[in-house]
Design a protein around this ligand. Structure first.
Ligand code: DGL
Length: 286
């Protein structure tokens, strides 16, 4: 399979609609909420359904083959159920591997999320950039090809954090991990070499921006943390067009693929993000 450096861009355009577009925002868990926030700010009057494939979380732990077939199966079911006009894959781990297969299978525009290497390289002063991702994204040929294509003169360190996505989930579930555990996950991001220090970290997993406030407190020195969500939202706006004025959108809904009960702090966090309606589309991971 050839590597498509433009995997962040959509495959096909949206037909003209005489109603608000329906956008399915998809992730393995709660990380895509960081993308949903940017989308709702940028495209206020679209209708949104957020889907978390929590039955298969974390995607970073699946083999490549298992991940592609899981993503095709779950998104296929969600497309049948929701009939969206656009799908935003708010997950680097899935996008960097499964976008070509999704685009080949479904006749819908897909916007993916890929590591924000270009903006990180544009932002660095020291020339030392880190890409912090899940182990799955770190393994991808796609990620390495993007680094080769966009690093320019910068030295890019690729860090796979095995537990960080789960730590972000724990934070939203009201059971934050302690500082030492979080600090250990981000420690390899901070490189000192030849009198220079890392000054920019690209957060290449949509879960990680949920922890930015704590990263800032725990960082051994200040760095810029690059969130991929604004670029994803910009791409969705380019496809969908500006929001028609004055339209009130349908209440947003949140779908989970497991039966796992939601703790109260998570229900409150979802409500605070406008997701008061919780539904289930049960899809156990065999
Ligand atoms: N939120 C996902 C991403 O952007 C990954 C979390 C997981 O491993 O499931 O990569």
């Amino acid at each position: 399979m050839g590597v498509d450096l433009f995997a962040g861009l959509a495959n096909t355009t949206l037909p003209r609609l005489d109603r608000a577009p329906k956008i399915l925002v998809f992730d393995s868990g709660l990380g895509g909420l960081t993308v949903l926030s940017e989308l709702t700010a940028a495209l206020a009057s679209a209708d949104y359904v957020y889907a978390a494939d929590d039955a298969a979380f974390p995607y970073g732990g699946l083999t490549d083959e298992a991940l592609v077939s899981r993503v095709l199966a779950v998104i296929g079911r969600l497309i049948e159920r929701e009939r969206p006009d656009l799908v935003v894959v708010a997950c680097n781990t899935a996008s960097t591997l499964a976008l070509p297969a999704l685009r080949a299978r479904f006749d819908l525009p897909f916007v993916g999320t890929v590591p924000a290497i270009k903006p990180a390289v544009a932002a660095t002063q020291s020339g030392l950039v880190t890409v912090l991702a899940t182990p799955g994204t770190v393994r991808r040929e796609h990620t390495r090809t993007m680094i080769e294509a966009f690093a320019g003169g910068a030295d890019v360190t690729l860090v796979g954090a095995p537990n960080l996505a789960a730590f972000a989930e724990a934070e939203l579930r009201g059971a934050p991990v302690d500082d030492a555990e979080l600090a250990a996950e981000i420690a390899p991001c901070f490189v000192e070499a030849g009198g220079r220090r890392t000054d920019t970290v690209a957060l290449a997993c949509t879960h990680f921006p949920l922890l930015t406030r704590r990263f800032k407190q725990l960082a051994p020195w200040p760095v810029g943390w690059i969130d991929p969500a604004p670029a994803v939202a910009k791409r969705a706006v380019a496809l969908v067009g500006e929001s028609p004025e004055g339209r009130v959108r349908a209440p947003m809904r949140c779908l989970f693929t497991s039966d796992r009960p939601l703790p109260k702090p998570l229900i409150a966090a979802l409500e605070a993000r406008g997701l008061g309606t919780i539904e289930r589309e049960r899809l156990p991971l065999n």
